[in-house]
Design a protein. Structure first.
Length: 296
């Protein structure tokens, strides 16, 4: 690749250049797009002209300021599908943009490298914010000191094994599903306590909606299985045969960590930290201000 060749071509006055984008989703699938009228290929990517993807002007600066731009595109079954956006497969996707001489793709320069941010859909198209590599330097770092746990059940800080059948199960939908109410029928599902999955998640692990996750608001034990109430329904109907993964809920309290998961050694909260009201607290005859444990 020679950027110098491209600069020499641009200095000539008559140019044969176009823009190419490579988008790599979280699941590793890569799509290539170009605003040229013919397909181009370089660096192992095929850039297709029918993707209908364009970009706004790129704003860049020296130092640690974040480079920002936006990508505009058309929802197409051959390239970017609405289902993939709703499933979050493009959240944080890597984006690379080149300025290319279309009659000599070796003459090119990388103009932008970053990730996709917020995606807005509407009228058969989408607009995606693009953030430069320095955007990661603007993220808050450090711990928050709270009485509740800051970890997510099953992550590196928590360390709990979510493959343990005692905390969750897999379920194949016998028919298409839509709506917030999810009725699951199987004899072994009655072994979990009532409300066991409140604050948990329901994840689609196979099928067209793979990757979609819904938070569980309510969990009611029934004679034949369970009835789950989701905080919000899945963005698309789940086809029959989709496999769901239902994981137990954690309310982030130390008592739950002890009694439900036996995982207090990895508890990431501070249940004994004083609250703001201790500044104005005073001895009272109707309370036991003994300085005892604050764990409830």
């Amino acid at each position: 690749m020679s950027a110098a060749d491209l600069y020499d071509h641009l200095a000539g006055g008559v140019t044969h250049t176009c823009t190419c984008w490579a988008v790599t989703r979280r699941d590793g699938v890569t799509f290539g797009f170009t605003d040229h009228d013919r397909p181009l290929r370089f660096e192992g990517h095929a850039f297709q002209p029918e993707g209908g993807m364009t970009a706004r002007a790129l704003s860049s600066s020296v130092g640690l300021s974040v480079n920002n731009t936006a990508a505009l595109g058309v929802l197409s079954s051959a390239a970017i599908e609405e289902t993939d956006i709703l499933a979050g497969r493009y959240d944080g996707a890597e984006v690379m943009t080149w300025r290319v001489r279309w009659d000599d793709v070796d003459a090119r320069v990388l103009q932008f490298r970053g990730t996709m941010g917020e995606i807005t859909r509407g009228a058969g198209g989408f607009e995606a914010e693009l953030h430069g590599l320095t955007d990661a330097l603007n993220q808050p770092q450090g711990r928050s000191y709270l009485t509740s746990c800051s970890a997510i059940l099953g992550d590196a800080a928590c360390g709990f094994d979510l493959d343990d059948p005692a905390v969750g199960f897999a379920y194949d939908l016998p028919e298409e599903h839509s709506g917030q109410m999810l009725v699951l029928e199987a004899p072994d599902l009655t072994s979990y306590a009532d409300g066991w999955f409140v604050h948990g998640i329901c994840e689609v692990v196979t099928g067209a909606a793979k990757g979609m996750i819904a938070a569980i608001k309510g969990d009611q034990l029934t004679q034949t299985g369970r009835q789950l109430t989701l905080w919000s329904e899945f963005a698309v109907p789940l086809p029959a045969g989709s496999r769901l993964r239902v994981v137990a809920g954690c309310d982030k309290h130390a008592k739950t960590c002890v009694e439900k998961f036996s995982n207090l050694l990895n508890f990431q909260g501070f249940p004994d930290i004083p609250g703001e009201d201790w500044l104005v607290s005073a001895p009272r005859s109707d309370q036991a201000n003994t300085g005892g444990s604050r764990i409830r």
